[in-house]
Design a protein around this ligand. Structure first.
Ligand code: 1CP
Length: 356
């Protein structure tokens, strides 16, 4: 039975206000991968349950989503899942190997392999994410907004062809040149599933959405404009169309294209509300590139979390001063890494809230 109870009213909406360009009480802060291996309670839970069992069991996904909120005064939660649930729903086996990350034992090697993908019914195989989102909205009791997310087409294509993470994305990049038409076919197929998936997350209760184009870093600027940008644009346009037609209010959308600091102006023209920045981008230059009507998110170097607390405090304060209080969401420039001391999260959150 679907849970159709109304959601509790939101108490801290600074994240959503920052995304819409409204005045905030304090600079909102959350951290990419804020639920995860740096938390001992996450490690404990993972000893008992396989990674994808956690994703697929709403009670467990909610427990892990809640873990960082019990410890830190964060301004957002992000539903616990992974970008690779889409390749899984398309029929590919995805395993999570300790210390390695995701492994796809039967990747897509040639265009012939595209026939193995099963887009029909993919959305229904992802319904557990919606169930976790709805449950989490109730468990949050309005404390902070809940973010939903997806991998972007190029990033998912990369994992599907490489069979896992890759330092070079050499096989996936070879596809772009050897099989350009089939690459477009695959990217469009992924875009269609992503639009369905994000629409479902909004219907389930996601209050904001982030699209992770984490593998943009492997593309040149020209390649990014051809193999990523058109699909990011279609995700946004089709999603807004769908929600409008169904008279569902849209939610703020964030694009995080890691390594695409070369194309901030182009990103600002895609209709997303928020642009996530990695740590290589200067805040003042980023603001100049995107203009005043886009919210920026980021971008402390995750390695700065290993500095001593006073240095970390200073670096964070300086960062917030450079971005300013308007149209800004504080975060790291990429996911928090597994060995990060817990105390660094406390310093980061405290420094952001005290900076302005
Ligand atoms: O065994 C474990 O517990 C694995 C660790 C782990 C965790 C905690 C993985 C494997 N995924 C996750 C959760 C996860 N993944 C979240 C949770 C929500 C939160 O932020 O708290 C999110 C948003 C992701 C998204 C994700 N997965 C991305 C995009 C963000 C990014 O970091 O660029 C990517 C690229 C993945 C793939 C993935 N999943 C897991 C790992 C170790 C990786 C990266 C592998 C690689 O190096 O390519």
């Amino acid at each position: 039975m679907k849970d159709t109870r109304p959601f509790p009213p939101l108490k801290n909406d600074n994240l959503l206000r920052a995304a819409r360009g409204e005045v905030v009480d304090r600079v909102p802060v959350w951290v990419m991968r804020q639920a995860g291996r740096y938390l001992p309670e996450f490690q404990e839970l993972r000893k008992l349950h396989d990674f994808f069992t956690v994703c697929r069991t709403p009670e467990l996904a909610c427990e892990v989503t809640m873990q960082p909120l019990r410890r830190f005064d964060l301004d957002a939660s992000i539903i616990f899942s992974d970008i690779l649930v889409i390749p899984q729903a398309l029929g590919l086996t995805v395993e999570m190997h300790a210390g390695v990350g995701p492994v796809l034992p039967q990747p897509i090697r040639t265009p012939e392999d595209l026939k193995r993908l099963t887009p029909d019914g993919a959305l229904s195989r992802l319904s557990y994410v919606g169930d976790a989102i709805t449950m989490m909205r109730h468990k949050l009791d309005g404390r902070v907004p809940l973010i939903g997310f997806t991998g972007a087409p190029w990033t998912l294509m990369g994992y599907m062809i490489e069979g896992g993470g890759s330092k070079t994305m050499s096989k996936a990049k070879a596809w772009l040149y050897d099989y350009p038409e089939d690459s477009k076919l695959l990217l469009n197929l992924l875009t269609d599933v992503i639009v369905d998936y994000l629409e479902m997350q909004v219907a389930a209760g996601a209050q904001m959405l982030q699209v992770f184009e984490s593998s943009a870093e492997h593309l040149t600027k020209d390649e990014f404009l051809v193999w990523s940008v058109p699909f990011l644009r279609r995700i946004r346009d089709d999603l807004v169309d769908r929600l409008t037609k169904k008279a569902v209010s849209t939610v703020p959308l964030t694009i995080f294209a890691k390594g695409a600091g070369h194309s901030l102006k182009e990103q600002s023209e895609l209709g997303y509300d928020v642009i996530g920045l990695d740590w290589t981008v200067d805040p003042v230059e980023a603001r100049a590139a995107v203009g005043p009507n886009i919210t920026l998110q980021g971008n402390l170097d995750p390695q700065d979390m290993y500095r001593d607390p006073s240095e970390l405090h200073t670096l964070t304060t300086d960062m917030v001063h450079k971005f300013g209080k308007s149209r800004y969401i504080a975060n790291l420039g990429h996911g928090i890494t597994p060995q990060t001391p817990i105390a660094s999260m406390e310093v980061l959150v405290d420094a952001v809230h005290k900076a302005l």
